[in-house]
Design a protein around this ligand. Structure first.
Ligand code: NAD
Length: 499
């Protein structure tokens, strides 16, 4: 199926979005796959105002009925899993299994949100006053702005949108300018679900095509009650203060620098498999990709030998081929960033294997690389930085406290893991004095989170949580209600005021 057929099957009206502004390329061969019109800042503001109008109506619809719309969206995603997954592969360069896996994640969050639509509950709290009852209620929040990154071009929208819609909010989405077609496809599937649903207000979910100016319009508009922004820490540094300046809410999902600690008792075979998937999967372009390996000196030689073998066997190539494990980098800028990091690593005493360009003859306009394994003498400057490419820095440790220190001594705090069969180490790793990350795993790698848990990280990762657990609370506003059913008017804290 070519790209036009794929878009057609997904219901995208390609002609309606065509225009001169944005050239969309596939990282598979660097070829142009579409030419789109961008929205202006004025159009973005109009879309936000329309979304606010939709919110005012949608918040009155019972939550369980709102859940029905998300159930229908889940049905569309099930029916189009392969096609949408393939589009993700073509536009973002992920292998087919990961493209389809990303759509499965969307289906899972829809299921979760449908259940949630009947469980948006608050607490009742014992009042200190006689004849009083105190409780909290959760109400729809408003317009949710979503800014997303190229590497999860569809799942991030669904994590936000499935929850926002059942919570009674409207959504305005600015996808990455590198993956706008996947966004148009999601919007088309949402519109199919809307048609089946019937009476939803106009403008409930909208997509804006464009670059950072559109993201800034979302950050600055007073009607965007929550801005959920996923991308680099650099982006979060610009967006976070703008939203804060108008006292808006933001949910930031930014860069990671994720480590795996491998202890002497670890199952090295399992560890090697977990590290391989984490470090070279998605060509190292996941926020949760494994970027640092902190291995006990006594098992380092054995583990590295296994990793070298596994790296040599990981097939690099066209992500649409079933045997490929490592697809291309997103673009030349990513390739240059990787090469600069490897040069810096060498200058800081690193021993680099891999990292060179591959398949340049076959794909002169695309950027395939051999994943790099880099043995470092210490956690130097380059190791503390997130390079969005398949580079794994390897450091050795002698005692577990030292390993934990290394793990935590980076600016980012997204995902982390330990491979150990020592109960004390496992519990320590997950304790208050263990990993400081939002995700701390035992005997599984750093990437590939399930939707049921709250997803996000600390420090420069931004502190946001989305997806499962009680992340829905970010998409609602909380009211505390105190009801007096007595015939007196006692004041809190026993205050006497006048007679
Ligand atoms: P990026 O920061 O370049 O772009 C992300 C999005 O932000 C894009 O839509 C872009 O147009 C927009 N943007 C950029 N600057 C902006 C500004 N000043 N104002 C408003 N919007 C702006 O990131 P990328 O290269 O697309 O993605 C890779 C990065 O995203 C990595 O750092 C990765 O770790 C991170 N990421 C984090 C998570 C997470 O959940 N923590 C998930 C995926 C990706």
């Amino acid at each position: 199926m070519n790209i036009a057929e794929l878009l057609g099957a997904l219901g995208v009206d390609a002609a309606a979005s065509a225009g001169p502004d944005l050239t969309v390329r596939s990282p598979i061969d660097g070829g142009r796959i579409a030419q789109l019109r961008e929205h202006s800042a004025a159009q973005a503001n109009a879309a936000i105002d329309a979304a606010h109008g939709a919110f005012l109506a949608w918040r009155q619809v019972p939550a369980a009925r709102r859940g029905e719309l998300v159930r229908l969206l889940g049905d569309e995603l099930r029916a189009n899993k392969q096609a949408l997954g393939r589009l993700v592969s073509v536009e973002a360069g992920k292998i087919l299994a990961e493209g389809a896996g990303e759509v499965q994640e969307m289906i899972d969050i829809c299921d979760f949100a449908v259940g949630l639509s009947r469980q948006l509950y608050g607490l009742t709290i014992a009042s200190e006053r006689p004849g009083h009852r105190m409780m909290e209620t959760w109400h729809p929040l408003g317009v949710v702005g979503v800014i997303s990154a190229f590497n999860f071009p569809v799942a991030v929208w669904s994590w936000n949108t499935a929850l926002a819609i059942v919570c009674g909010d409207a959504v305005v989405w600015k996808p990455s300018e590198k993956t706008p077609l996947a966004a148009l496809a999601c919007q088309a599937l949402f519109e199919r679900a809307l048609k089946k649903f019937g009476d939803a207000p106009e403008g409930l979910s909208q997509v804006l095509i464009g670059g950072r100016e559109i993201g800034q319009a979302l950050a600055d508009h007073h009607r965007v009650a929550l801005l959920s922004a996923t991308g680099s820490t650099r982006m979060g540094r610009e967006v976070g203060p703008r939203v804060a300046a108008r006292f808006g809410r933001s949910l930031l999902e930014l860069g990671g620098n994720n480590a795996i600690i491998v202890a002497p008792s670890a199952d090295l075979d399992m560890a090697a498999r977990g590290i391989l998937f984490g470090a070279v999967g998605t060509a190292g372009q996941r926020c949760t990709s494994t970027r640092r390996l902190i291995v006990h000196r006594s098992v380092a030689g054995d583990l590295l030998a296994r990793l070298e073998k596994a790296y040599a066997g990981a097939r690099i190539g066209n992500p649409l081929d079933a045997e490929t494990l490592v697809g291309p980098l997103i673009d030349r800028v990513a390739f240059d960033g990787m090469q600069a990091a490897l040069r810096q690593a060498r200058a800081e005493g690193g021993k680099v294997s891999g990292g060179e360009r591959r398949l340049a003859g076959q794909y002169p306009e695309a950027w395939y690389v051999a994943p790099a394994l880099v043995e470092m003498p210490a956690q130097t400057e380059v190791v503390r930085h997130e390079t969005f490419a398949p580079i794994l820095y390897v450091m050795r440790y002698d005692d577990f406290a030292g390993a934990l220190r290394l793990q935590n001594e980076v600016p980012q705090g997204l995902s982390s893991a330990v491979f150990t069969n020592d109960l004390r180490e496992a519990e320590w790793f997950m304790s208050a004095s263990g990993s400081d990350c939002g995700i701390a795993n035992v005997n599984i790698g750093t990437s590939g989170a399930e939707i049921g848990g709250a997803f996000g990280g600390e420090k420069e990762t931004g502190g946001g949580r989305e997806s499962g657990s009680d992340a829905w609370k970010a998409y609602m506003r909380r009211a505390t209600n105190t009801v007096n059913y007595s015939r007196e008017l006692p004041l809190a804290q026993g205050i006497q005021f006048g007679g």
